[in-house]
Design a protein around this ligand. Sequence first.
Ligand code: GLN
Length: 548
Amino acid sequence: MAKYIFVTGGVVSSLGKGLTMAAIGMLLESRGIRVGMQKLDPYINVDPGTMSPYQHGEVYVTDDGAETDLDLGHYERYTDARISRASNITTGRIYSNVIEKERKGEYLGATVQVVPHITNEIKAAVLKMATDDVDVVLTEIGGTVGDIESLPFLEAIRQFGLEQGRDRVMFIHLTLLPFLRASGEIKTKPSQHSVAQLRQIGIQPDVLICRTEREVESDMKRKLGLFCNVPFDSVIIEPDVEHTIYEVPVILMKQGLDEQIMHRLQLSGRERHMQPWIDMIEQVKTTTDTVEIAVVGKYIALHDSYKSIYESLAHAGIANGVKVRFRKIDAEKVERDGAEPWLEGAHALLVPGGFGPRGVEGMILAIKWARENKMPFFGICLGLQVATIEFARHMCGLSRAHSTEMDKSTPDPVIDLMSEQQGVDRMGGTMRLGAYPCDLVAGTLAREMYGADRISERHRHRFEVNNAYRKALEAKGLVFSGNYAEKGLAEIIEYPDHPWFLAVQFHPEFQSKPLRAHPIFKGFVRAAVTHRDVLAKSGKPSVRMEPT
Ligand code: GLN
């Protein structure tokens, strides 16, 4: 029978609750305990698929094709938990399930209410995670305690604790200890209030994890324990990390959080196995060799929009023994100024995914520059589509080639809507989503990097390379090195007459881990290092330039 841990957050949002939860999952796994990871989000959208990246950051896609919160990316990077559609449930999903049941008459004439019907649906969503292969289900409650929206979730987990028995359910509350510069003090009052609010609902946290910028003295921990009714040892301090977010599990480990959880939930496991992870962090801390990768994208202002891509590049850096620096460039600025002032001196170019026309001409300029200047280029999703447009325009002489997403009346629609997308008029959950197999062509860069003939990668798109143009593109040297055979879809393109030029229609960034860098990211960063060295030898600038 599974045990359960609920993670709530207080005082402010963006405390790194998802990261902390991922770190806890990882610590438990390191002791041989099998975890399930889940996030409950209190907003009304059925899933985040329809939200703007500025609102929500990246939409994380699971193997089974769910569009989910980016915290699930942390869960997958830190743990081996099986992440699926059941791993992210929103208020919108809960209500739509309940309303559907009501319409079917399943409530047998009852008045349908928040308690018990909505709370029952929430509890059922948690129980669904307790499959045979899971010892501990970790569930993060999105939002902050005190929000109107989170109330049904907190009520549901309170009931859950009572029903399952308190020895099988644990509550962990993450909070902030703000530092007041004026008085030079760390303050505990907001945390006291947030725990008081939890207790009002009937939840007594077993462990308090306190995010802070500064050192915290024992006295302060004692005070927090006293006011929040938590034992001294269960007040865990999580200071800001200096080098890498991958330090968080080690910080929690050093304070014995895993031991406490094992004891509290009566779990039996083996000794911790954290050494490879600890070695990896040590390597990150001491690496001085750097490589700089330009990322030209649409939602560039917000780091979270391309979270998994930056993480995957960092993993590839670890695998290559270098630190990866990012030169984040708004594609519209490249459109305005041309590519050279922005790309010169960088060691490689990555163009990530996106939707709609804004900035696309800038991406085209950037890719053209990288192709002509032999700078390694990696395109992801929209990045593949734009690379195809660039190649068609400048190598195949189709000067008005475009994607019908951007220009419906283009004479050369080299990127077009997939046939199964014709006539789709609902936005939510209707793209080509989730994992599909891809066959790799022998003798290509892709085949060499993956070291396999058939791979599986996750997708999120509506448009595709128009096969009517395949021959024309191939005639000028573009190679379709990965394909989804069943539907004849192009999945990977590459250009062998270049040191490293490759783009993928899928999202490899969802399958990279710190100790298991994704093969394409790894190859790309290696190519960037090579290019850096070539630049250095040629006497061309290889320094960071800061155009405005
Ligand atoms: N807008 C493009 C499409 O829908 C690319 C999507 C993406 O980059 N995720 O096909």
